[in-house]
Design a protein around this ligand. Structure first.
Ligand SMILES: [Zn+2]
Length: 414
């Protein structure tokens, strides 16, 4: 692929986003009041459809989840195949009781948009409105992906199964997503990195099968408790001895459980762990190592262990060329002093990774920190995570501009 860095353009998207900015902020605050969890977000979906009404879009609703896929067709002439760019906004909230003092606070006890996905939805609606207004200049088509269940159990994968990547009639060429942060950087700073951006996260469940008995006669039982303890320690040894230190593996046992009282040897013990890896190779290897260590330690003591590893989200990888292109667009729009290169990936995970496994693209972050000093601010997922929605019009403009420029570049290189 040629360099994508330097397609000159007047930032018309920014002008439109500033004009409609107050409406986008209003939309975000309305969504903030009605957080919903998981795959089924009927109220959020209804608000999105209402906000998109009147735009010339081809809308498809999910069947197994409350997704909205909207295709916006550009009107600029295209000589070859029509380029297709995907823009994604996730829509779900978290089971968190909000402790932020704002007048648009969550109206649903125990639920909160604590990861800022309400800002993502408002910004993607904004991008739709900007691109609709500028569609005479849009060389190709844009797929708008309004996605449920990023926080779990995952909405991107079922959306792909339901035809997301072919929604425009042609496969998506490039995909972009933006995530807001409530801390880490001063308000308005964009940040990202090429290559590995976020970890793969898998859940590990080990059951050690022993044989219960009287605490006074362990030789007549098969005690799973010390074996489970040994497995926990052997996991940490395996992580440090079997994997390159330059491609980290994090294995955290968050729960170990067995037994009822002090003088009864229980039948079994369970270990629950979170496994985070930063490459597909180490992810696959870690699955093998965890299984072998648990089964092997149990076997050495005459017991058995069963290991279940729930396949979580894969590693999130930014295509190097797409990242460089996106970084260039953001610096053009907002200035180099609002961009920060990330030195390292993050250990969080993200199901946009399923899209980025199939389509080259870039996932960008932006600070929506509402505190004067970002060092004092609380992170995403905290009940006190506060997001300044003044950043929403910028995200809308960024998404729209990425689509405008990338489609034009694709058409030019077709
Ligand atoms: Zn999030």
């Amino acid at each position: 692929m040629a360099s994508l860095g330097s397609v000159p353009d007047a930032p018309a998207a920014l002008a439109v986003s500033r004009r409609i900015g107050a409406e986008l902020v209003g939309l975000r605050r309305r969504l903030h009041g009605i957080p919903e969890l998981g795959l089924h977000l009927p109220d959020t979906q209804a608000v999105v459809l209402e906000a998109l009404a009147g735009l010339d879009l081809e809308v498809t609703l999910g069947t197994s989840l409350s997704s909205v896929v909207a295709v916006l067709r550009g009107r600029a002439p295209v000589s070859g195949e029509r380029p297709v760019v995907l823009l994604r906004g996730d829509m779900d909230a978290l089971p968190v009781s909000e402790q932020v003092d704002v007048d648009y606070v969550s109206q649903r006890p125990g639920l909160m948009h604590a990861c800022g996905h309400d800002l993502h939805v408002a910004a993607l609606v904004g991008a739709a409105r900007i691109l609709h207004e500028l569609r005479d200049d849009l060389v190709g088509d844009v797929v708008l992906m309004f996605q449920p269940a990023e926080e779990g159990p995952g909405g991107a994968e079922p959306m792909i199964r339901e035809g997301l990547l072919e929604a425009a009639g042609r496969r998506v060429d490039a995909a972009y997503a933006v995530h807001v942060y409530s801390a880490d950087h001063p308000f308005g700073t964009w940040f990202g990195r090429p290559g590995t951006l976020m970890a793969a996260a898998d859940e590990v469940l080990v059951t050690v099968h022993g044989l219960g008995g009287h605490g006074s006669a362990p030789d007549r039982a098969r005690d799973p408790v010390p074996v489970a303890c040994e497995i926990v320690l052997a996991f940490q040894t395996a992580v440090t001895r079997q994997f390159s230190i330059w491609d980290p593996v994090v294995l955290t046992v968050g729960r170990i459980a067995s037994g009822t009282v002090n003088n009864v040897i229980p039948d079994d013990a369970v270990i629950e762990a979170s496994l985070r890896t930063f490459s597909p190779e180490h992810r696959a290897k870690a699955h093998d190592v965890v299984t072998r260590v648990a089964e092997g330690v149990a076997s050495a003591h005459g017991l058995t262990a069963t290991v279940e590893i729930g396949n979580g989200y894969p590693v999130t990888v930014n295509d190097a060329d797409e990242h460089a292109f996106a970084r260039g667009v953001l610096v053009d729009l907002f200035g180099a002093d609002r961009w920060a290169d990330m030195a390292d990936p993050e250990a969080g995970s993200e199901d946009m990774s399923f899209v980025l496994e199939q389509v080259p693209g870039a996932y960008l972050n932006v600070s929506a920190c509402a505190h004067a000093d970002h060092h004092d601010a609380e992170d995403n997922h905290s009940p006190r995570a506060a997001f300044d929605d003044a950043v929403v019009p910028d995200i809308a403009a960024a998404l729209a501009e990425l689509a405008l420029r990338r489609t034009r570049h694709l058409a030019a290189t077709d």
